[in-house]
Every structure is written in structure tokens, then in C-alpha cells.
Design a binder for this molecule. Structure first.
Ligand code: TPP
Ligand code: MG
Length: 274
């Protein structure tokens, strides 16, 4: 949310696989169609042709067409080159995981973006794990933000569980990129409270670590910050939660009730006939 909030409608987003539905939703996609997409329903944006993170194509959000981690970094840099070439003030924001920052794709992408001063902001969601592997076992130097120095661009570490801090840091980097000053790298330190996938019991983590990070859950923290600033009161918070729960429940029911894709429309009958 912090990475994409405040962008122009025509800025390009290349979201880490934890973020595309958030990005599509922020840009007005229909929630029940997004859930339908995840369920492979005919009402999903890919009409059942692809699972995963596809959404409406006209929102300037690069689709996740492959599961190869790191490839989206190069695609985002290519998009930024296009934006620079068209002479617009549009920027690209790409999010990715800490594990992905150890791939060659990351280093190639940051290097080229720095050399050509491309309008792109790299945001690493450092949740400290790549599936069950802790970052301390694979991330040389211990800091993603510090890697920016090797490419001569600004690198900034922020509290990734403080959405306003993330938005502030990304917003400043976006301003730089829009002004023609080139790319920045932001490392948002966070933690994955759930498993890597729904059935992952997460036995590789210590209970104390989980407790520590549960206490830093970004959602109650934002609620506290908004209350302290006098932006919301108890009643407004309750209404927000009720509205959100009702919207999600309605979207899930509608998606579950939606039709499965037609086999002929998928082209499967042709494939099977061969
Ligand atoms: C090139 C490549 N290698 C391995 C995988 C398998 N894989 C899927 S998710 C994942 C962990 C990625 O960790 P990170 O980049 O930190 O993202 P996180 O899931 O923590 O948000 C791995 C290794 C993959 N999809 N692509
Ligand atoms: Mg990770």
C-alpha cells in the first residue's frame, strides 16, 4: 500500500507477487473479479486462462506472466526506459522480496537503471525469509539498501511495518525519478506473519520472533497513528472494519458462485483433439 499510494494513475507498477491484487484494487479493479481470477473462474480478468495475479490490463500494472522471481525487475526497467524515451514524467515502481535481491536480475536491473538514470523506484519488501530460508544465510552484507552505494544511487532503509514511513520514502524517491534524477532503492524491513503459502506451518521460525513481530502488525499501528492524529475515532474504525469485512465477504461469495470457464472458450477442446 505504502509503495503504490499517491502514484499518478498512469505511473507503471510492477508488483511483487504479494502485491498485484492490492495494486489492482487501488486502481479500481472489481474485488469479486480479482477473487474470481484467483479461483480460475470465467469472471476472472483472464477469464480462467491463467491463475494468479492477472487483473485489468489498462491500469498500467505489469502482469505476472511467469513465476520466475527477478524477471519483473528487468521488465520494470524496460518500462522505465520506455517512459524516459517518450519524454513523459511518468515513473515505474517495482516491488520485490529480499531473496529476489540476491538474484543476478536485481543487480543487472539496478545497474542499467543507474547508468541510464531511468525513472524507476526499487522497493524491496525485506520480510527476512525466502520461503524457509532466513536472510542471514543468503544476503551478503545484511542490508539491501546498502547495495545502492555500489551503483551510485540513493539507498534508504525504512520501517516496512509503518505504512506512512514507506509511503514517505517511496514518495520522495518517486519525486526524484519524476524530476529526471534517476532511480532509488528502498528497503522496507518487515516480517511475514503467515506461512509462505496457506498450508505452510512455518516450523522454521521461533515463537518469540513471531510474537515480537505480531506486536508490530502494521494495521493496528496505522489505526493508532490515525487516532492519535485525530483523523478517526472508535466509531469510524469500527465502521471501516465492518465495511471492509462485508465487501470482502460479498466478493468471495460472488466469485465462488461465478461460472467455471467454458472449455471451448479456453481452447482445450482443440488441444485435446490434436
Ligand atoms: C528464479 C526463481 N527461483 C526460485 C523460485 C521459487 N520461489 C518461489 S517464492 C520464493 C521465495 C522468495 O523470497 P523473497 O524474494 O524474499 O520473497 P517473499 O516470498 O519473501 O516475499 C522462491 C525461492 C522462483 N519462483 N523463481
Ligand atoms: Mg522474503
Amino acid at each position: 500500500m505504502g509503495s503504490f499510494y499517491g502514484l499518478r494513475e498512469d505511473d507503471v507498477i510492477a508488483a511483487h507477487y504479494r502485491g498485484p491484487f492490492i495494486a489492482y484494487y487501488m486502481r479500481g479493479a472489481d474485488l469479486s473479479r480479482l477473487v474470481g481470477q484467483a479461483l480460475g473462474k470465467a469472471t476472472g480478468y483472464a477469464q480462467g486462462r491463467a491463475l494468479g495475479f492477472t487483473g485489468p490490463v489498462e491500469r498500467h500494472i505489469l502482469p505476472w506472466v511467469a513465476g520466475d522471481l527477478g524477471t519483473s525487475l528487468g521488465v520494470a526497467v524496460g518500462a522505465a526506459l520506455g517512459l524516459q524515451y517518450e519524454g513523459s514524467e511518468r515513473v515505474a515502481v517495482v516491488t520485490f522480496g529480499d531473496g529476489t535481491s540476491n538474484r543476478g536480475d536485481f543487480h543487472e536491473a539496478v545497474n542499467l537503471a543507474a547508468v541510464w538514470k531511468l525513472p524507476v523506484v526499487f522497493v524491496c519488501q525485506h520480510n527476512q525469509y525466502s520461503i524457509s530460508l532466513h536472510a542471514s544465510q543468503v544476503l551478503a552484507g545484511g542490508s539491501v539498501a546498502a547495495r545502492a552505494a555500489g551503483y551510485g544511487i540513493p539507498g534508504l532503509a525504512v520501517d516496512g511495518n509503518d505504512v506512512l514511513a514507506v509511503q514517505g520514502a517511496v514518495g520522495a524517491a518517486v519525486g526524484r525519478a519524476r524530476g529526471g534524477e534517476g532511480p532509488s532503492l528502498i528497503e522496507a524491513l518487515t516480517y511475514r506473519l503467515g506461512g509462505h503459502w496457506a498450508a505452510d506451518p512455518g516450523g522454521y521460525r521461533r515463537e518469540a520472533e513471531l510474537q515480537e513481530w505480531r506486536a508490530r502488525d502494521p494495521i493496528p499501528r496505522l489505526e493508532g497513528a490515525l487516532r492519535a492524529a485525530g483523523e478517526v475515532d472508535q466509531g469510524a474504525v469500527e465502521r471501516l472494519w465492518e465495511g471492509a469485512r462485508a465487501e470482502v465477504a460479498a466478493a468471495v461469495s460472488a466469485a465462488q458462485a461465478a461460472p467455471e470457464p467454458d472449455v471451448a472458450a479456453l481452447g482445450l477442446d482443440e488441444a485435446l483433439a490434436r
